[in-house]
Design a protein around this ligand. Sequence first.
Ligand SMILES: Nc1ncnc2c1ncn2[C@@H]1O[C@H](COP(=O)(O)OP(=O)(O)OP(=O)(O)O)[C@@H](O)[C@H]1O
Length: 573
Amino acid sequence: MRELSTVTKAVIHEKKDVLLSIIAGFITGITGVGLFAASGYLISHAALEPPLYALIILTSTVKLLGLVRALSRYAERYYSHRATFSVLSRLRVTFYQKLEPLAPAIFQHYQSGDLLARIVGDVERLQNYFLRVFYPPIVLVMVFLMTILFVMYFSVLIAFVFVLGLLLTTFVIPAWFMTRQKHLQNNVGEKRATLSTNVTEFLHGFRDLKVYQQMDEKEKELLDASKDLIREQEEEGRYLTGNQAINTLLALAISVLVLGIGAYLVSEGHMQGVFLAMLVMIALTVFEEAVPMASFPSYLRESTRAAGRLSHTLQSDAHNTEQRQFELPRDQPVHINVSNVDVHFQDESYPAIKNVNVTIPPGSKTAIVGASGSGKSTLMALLLKLVSAHRGDVSLNGKNVNELKEQSIWENVNVVMQENHFFYGTVQDNLLVMEQAHTDAEIKSVLEKVDLDHLSLDSHIYERGENLSDGEKQRLAMARVLLKKGRTWVLDEPTSSLDAVTEKKIFEYLWHQAKDDTILLITHRITGLENMDQIIVMEGGSVIEKGTYEELMSKQGHFYEIKQFERQVLSVL
Ligand SMILES: Nc1ncnc2c1ncn2[C@@H]1O[C@H](COP(=O)(O)OP(=O)(O)OP(=O)(O)O)[C@@H](O)[C@H]1O
């Protein structure tokens, strides 16, 4: 039940609506009982030909109770649903706020489709927690107790039957259902997540699936996942209806028992016959209210599972969620220091980075070179707090990154990754993702600097930049970052898909624009690094050389060898 603590707190937060739902629910229940009791009594009493005023009073009471019941039912629905929507919105916000700092590391644990199912499906399923688990039993017990007190006035024996009925329909039978369902394996949430994962994979990999002619196989997997989900839903539905049928049967049996005992009491002269119909009507009404208790165990299990899946998502990297205190100063290039750092990705047998020591003074220009897989991007991800170090210290301006707010780092650092995301929308939407204030003229000028002046601000971009070439995507990413105000640049092969002329033009503009800023450039190309303050050479997750271009060339080590190799390749071409 610990899983439900967050949703319970969210419910308690809406205490006013919760209280109003309980009060309105109680009035609805008790006026329902009163309405049918008065009707039963009216029918029996009318047969005795009472004076007209008595009939008028009784029929008016029935009408009044009917009216009050309708109004209180409306109020109950209104407040309970208002509370539910507030609880859901609170849960969504809380979940998102906790999830955001975990991204993108969260994708090491979950596929995007699974996450989507959790964010949407599991939160949605928690709506039943308040509506079907939290407050209905409270209302039911209140209505029952009130009814039992009333019935006691006519017959203690029948009141005892009511108590027995209350215990059976509200506690014993749901508890039995609860132990029975422990053996049930079905889990709609899991199956929905599997389907969602399959669908997103199918959509993302559509082109490759077509090219590799794997569409039929994937479609079959999708259909199987869909059938599994339908089967689970059917099983859940059958189980729920079965439980309700058992509780309905029991409620009817108790009403028949009340009729039998009542008839006996009347025949023995212990009770007036005119009250018999009233007591039977009360039994039918009050036990009808108890029928939904049959679904209580299912909804409780469903809510616990959904809450468990949500909290498990957030715990997967819980140490990252601690509140960070400090912020980087704005408009200042950052000093970067990495000392004795190891990074070990989950499930990997060897570290991606081991014992790395790097110092990048503010305003300096550093290049990181090395073979594919040597750990360059991991080093960059460390600085951006996208991965965390298992050993050692990573600090920006003397503050350990764990003490810095992620937001502050991302705001102050201009980042171009190897792959950059583009949203469905216009060029302008995609350039001003941070809602910076820029005039159209400024944006156009930057587009021109990156050789994208053939695009207008209104040009349409498809989802994930599908209508752009790889080079255009890189140039658009550069334009986006050039419009940012940060004074520290972390660029991971930002021009790898560009021709040499365009690349040179963009870098010239960048060096001019960022002449006093800290720049960290990850690159495979060795040309054009002569003016770097520092070149770091990585291999197998370690820094194997560092120094200026001249220092490394005169050392004739690894960098020199790569340079010689590059020269040979260029001369052959
Ligand atoms: N999310 C991850 N989970 C597990 N292992 C990872 C992850 N990201 C990177 N690695 C591993 O860490 C090592 C370093 O990868 P990294 O991306 O830092 O290399 P790189 O030098 O940037 O390579 P490239 O030049 O190809 O981009 C590689 O062995 C890679 O397989």
